[in-house]
Design a protein around this ligand. Structure first.
Ligand SMILES: NC(=O)c1ccc[n+]([C@@H]2O[C@H](COP(=O)([O-])OP(=O)(O)OC[C@H]3O[C@@H](n4cnc5c(N)ncnc54)[C@H](OP(=O)(O)O)[C@@H]3O)[C@@H](O)[C@H]2O)c1
Length: 282
């Protein structure tokens, strides 16, 4: 597969296709790449990736495809694993069929969380949930020539995410109950999008890359930081995952770090949180 990226970037005519462009990461990617690329951003309605690409897309001449479309309802995947598989595994195979250099996004939920030190790319996956299993199979469906970017706990100024949920609850209530026995790296989509650009622009080697915010915390720590940064006087009651009783099991420990030379490094999650809140306030 030929990679012409550096020249195309200079000439400002790189053609980038983004799937799932209405999602939180899809939007951030479109914003990030629009500066020097011709971005074709397709939302769910424009291309349902569970269906094969149209002839027009196959002839699209894309220099890179950023595949941000996914079934991301982790609990919903337990009830409908086949539906989640059709979108995540079948969808990734359909996107890979375009034959263009591909960035596919994956997750810390491919791990079981039994480790107590950061997960690196060579660690063996063992997903606990239906969603995690579909994402692991999706990595294989992306093919050996793809960049597989595993990230974690994404949040941004739009869509459904923990920061936006806490801002809403924090304004309505005096106290919220938040799980304190899952640890990860809350990653701002704007920071992830610029790291993806770094990966693509430098034409780093294909394969799995762990790309998550610096630092780590529990969901309860994260909620407290959100209330603090947003100036909300809401208390956090720390609970266990068992008390919350969600259908899908999540890894207790899901800190991602890269062991690969040249891996993009991201700012601390607290900087990501501040950047996100500033974006929301604009
Ligand atoms: N969110 C996280 O914490 C997290 C963590 C690690 C990795 N990831 C991965 O990062 C990627 C982006 O996630 P995100 O947080 O941006 O998710 P998101 O905000 O839920 O965006 C996903 C987008 O995909 C669209 N979509 C769903 N089914 C589709 C289909 N069949 N065809 C085309 N589009 C479809 C959704 O549209 P509708 O809204 O219309 O369904 C939505 O716009 C995904 O691969 C996800 O697995 C996410």
């Amino acid at each position: 597969m030929e990679h012409e990226h550096p020249d195309l970037v200079r000439a400002g005519r790189r053609r980038v296709l983004i799937t799932g462009a209405g999602g939180q990461l899809g939007r951030a990617l479109a914003q990030e790449f629009a500066a020097d690329s011709q971005v074709v951003a397709l939302g769910h309605e424009e291309w349902d990736v569970a269906h094969p690409p149209s002839e027009r897309l196959l002839q699209g001449g894309f220099d890179v495809v950023l595949h941000a479309a996914a079934w991301t309802d982790v609990n919903g995947a337990e009830a409908d694993p086949q539906g989640a598989t059709a979108v995540n595994v079948g969808g990734t195979a359909n996107v890979a069929a375009l034959g263009a250099p591909l960035v596919a996004f994956s997750t810390d939920y491919v791990f079981d969380g039994c480790k107590r030190e950061p997960y690196v790319e060579s660690d063996g996956p063992n997903p606990l949930s239906a969603y995690g299993r579909t994402k692991l199979h999706a990595e294989a469906a992306a093919g050996p020539d793809a960049w597989i970017v595993r990230s974690s706990w994404l949040f941004g100024p739009t869509g459904k995410n923990f920061v936006r949920t806490m801002l809403r609850l924090g304004a309505e209530r005096d106290e919220v109950a938040v799980v304190d026995d899952q640890r990860g790296c809350p990653t701002y989509v704007g920071h992830l999008a610029s790291a993806v650009r770094e990966l693509v622009d430098a034409d780093l080697a294909h394969g799995v890359w762990h790309v998550a915010a610096d630092g780590d915390c529990t969901w309860a720590d994260f909620a407290e930081a959100i209330f603090h940064e947003a100036g909300l006087a809401c208390r956090v009651r720390r609970i266990t995952s068992e008390e919350l009783g969600r259908p899908a099991r999540r890894p207790a420990y899901a800190v991602l770090r890269s062991e690969r030379p040249g891996a993009p490094s991201l700012p601390h999650w607290r900087d990501g949180l501040r950047a996100c809140l500033a974006e929301i306030a604009r």
